[in-house]
Design a protein around this ligand. Structure first.
Ligand code: PMP
Length: 348
């Protein structure tokens, strides 16, 4: 979900962008105007997330999955391996891609609802430790970094589905990145916050468009980039700031998710979420109906009341409620009322 004010600004920019007499779709990616969009976008991300000076902010097209390939291509040394903590679908796919193109070590794997609590051993030939901060499909979210036995391990985090939803101490990461389409814009662009010394020349050449160095050298304009997506991200950054920044986003996310988990837990005869409360995501609340034959009815009846996209990910089924930053708490209250009435009507 996107804020209405952002959608309205995009609508206006389609015809007359910032009073310039041309559309955002007509804006040249080599223009000073686009340079200014990127400058302000980077500045706002730096300020919202308190990004230290030693970190570069890069933007890459190709969506989230492209980083599954770019991360090993940009970080692995000749003899090293990528280390993966697999907690759900998206970290599993990142691990598989690293194993497919080079060498990967599986450091920890859970069952989809668990997160590591005991210290994870990181072998010395592991160049980085990758994990997914919020598993969008499985509905789990880390409260802190995974516990590692090497305090100097280089940590890479996929924050695609909880980016800009809470304060983050960037200095604890080598790289943190996010596909912008959940909390920060429209699909087709990723934002990366990378420690500058990790952007380096490689012993073996990497395809140019997959090389972070190329993005750093061109201020994220290595070719004709998706200009509109940058602008939508800028509008989102301004919106997050106007709403009070990341602490306000976190407070809202906690309030919304607590309301919904409360409604699930209050009715265990009808709704089931078996994720331990300390692992539950503030962004993606997944649950199933105890009587799974009612799932379709739940989705359809909710749709009739204007609540759409509630079916779980196609790989998992059940229900998934995404509570990204722009989702108002009133909408969650409406869903909770619906869940009560659904249960009253169909409980046996
Ligand atoms: N990581 C996470 C956490 C995701 O939720 C997604 C997609 N929803 C991806 C990676 C992949 O993103 P994309 O579809 O842009 O490739």
């Amino acid at each position: 979900m996107m804020p209405l004010s952002v959608l309205e600004a995009v609508r206006d920019a389609m015809i007359d962008f910032d009073g310039k007499g041309y559309s955002i779709l007509e804006l040249n990616h080599r223009s000073a105007h686009f340079d200014e969009i990127r400058r302000e976008l980077k500045e706002r991300i730096r300020s919202l997330m308190s990004v230290p000076e030693e970190y570069e902010i890069l933007f890459c097209p190709g969506g989230g999955r492209q980083q599954f390939s770019m991360i090993p291509l940009n970080l692995l040394t000749e003899s090293g391996r990528g280390g993966y903590v697999v907690t759900g679908k998206w970290s599993q796919l990142a691990y598989e891609e690293c194993a497919r193109i080079t060498k990967a070590a599986l450091l920890w794997k859970g069952d989809g609802s668990t997160l590591p609590t005991a210290t994870i051993e990181v072998p010395v030939d592991v160049d980085y430790v990758y994990y997914c901060d919020n598993e969008t499909v499985d509905g789990t979210e880390f409260r802190d970094l995974p516990p590692l036995d090497r305090s100097d391990a280089l940590v890479v985090a996929d924050m695609s589905s909880n980016f800009m939803s809470r304060p983050v101490d960037v200095s604890r990461y080598g790289v943190l990145w996010a596909g912008v389409q959940k909390n920060f814009g429209a699909s087709g662009l990723s934002v990366l916050i990378v420690r500058k010394n990790l952007i380096r020349n490689k012993a073996k050449p990497v395809p140019l468009m997959l090389d972070w160095m190329k993005y750093a050298q061109t201020d994220s304009v290595p070719n004709s980039v998706p200009v509109l997506q940058f602008y939508v991200a800028l509008l989102m950054a301004r919106w997050v700031e106007s709403m009070g920044g990341l602490e306000a986003m976190d407070r809202a996310a906690k309030a919304k998710s607590a309301l919904l988990y409360g409604a699930i837990d209050a009715n265990p005869g009808m709704y089931v979420n078996e994720i331990p409360s300390s692992n539950r995501s503030r962004m993606n609340v997944v649950f199933r109906l105890r009587d799974e034959s009612l799932t379709e009815k739940f989705v359809r009846e909710a749709e009739d009341e204007g609540m759409i996209n509630l079916a779980g990910h196609r790989s998992k089924g059940g229900i998934r409620v995404s509570l990204y930053n722009a989702m108002p708490i009133d909408a969650v209250e409406k869903l909770v009322q619906f869940m009560k009435s659904f249960s009253n009507r169909y409980a046996v």
